[in-house]
Write a protein that binds this ligand. Structure first.
Ligand SMILES: [Zn+2]
Length: 200
């Protein structure tokens, strides 16, 4: 569906590489960007440039940072030093932070163990986590906030075997989402929710 306007076609092609954006949406976005005010264009261009040029992984937790060394969460002295929440991706941190329920530190694995996709423990930031725990006398609990799927379960099992003699290992509860009718929950989620039941 070329528009025969090379620069616009290129923008559509780049936008359609984004997750969840098909060619039609990419075209709509491209036309919107083209028609919109120069300030939006400039803002978009500068923010894409900023992301590409200024962001790098934190050497401690492997989240993203713009700081010259560690990220703001790693550097924050007011956060609990004894709890480390292990997540698969940096984007998971944003979601946990917005819940306001966790005040410790993080460690990003940059994926999860998946034998089917050929992702082994050594492909992830697992050894870095072990070293982090070994070199710190402060870390007492590792909270696994991994996806509730086969890869998440495999990774959780691997980490609990690897770390259980060093620290307390917990995993976030998986169960019935808030505001959901029991009738609409799949068997696996309901089974997990029953396993994770709490005393009232
Ligand atoms: Zn960090």
């Amino acid at each position: 569906m070329s528009l025969k306007v090379p620069s616009l076609d290129k923008l559509v092609s780049e936008l359609s590489k984004l997750p969840g954006i098909g060619e039609k949406t990419a075209q709509r976005l491209a036309f919107y960007i083209l028609k919109s005010s120069p300030s939006l264009n400039l803002g978009l261009r500068e923010s894409l440039k900023g992301v590409a040029e200024n962001i790098h992984p934190c050497p401690v937790c492997f989240s993203y940072t713009e700081e010259s060394s560690e990220c703001r969460i790693c550097l924050d002295p007011s956060r609990d030093h004894d709890k480390v929440c292990v997540v698969e991706d940096p984007s998971d941190i944003a979601r946990i932070e917005s819940s306001g329920a966790f005040h410790g530190k993080y460690h990003v694995l940059l994926g999860s163990i998946s034998p089917l996709e050929g992702i082994q423990p050594e492909d992830l930031k697992i050894q870095d986590l072990v070293q982090r725990i070994d070199s710190s006398s402060e870390i007492k609990e590792v909270i696994l906030a991994l996806d509730a799927d086969l890869e998440g379960d495999t990774t959780a099992l691997y980490l609990s075997r690897l770390l259980s003699e060093k620290v307390r290992i917990t995993r976030i509860a998986h169960g019935v989402p808030f505001g959901t009718d029991i009738d609409y929950i799949d068997q696996r989620t309901l089974g997990r929710a029953l396993e994770n039941r709490v005393e009232l």
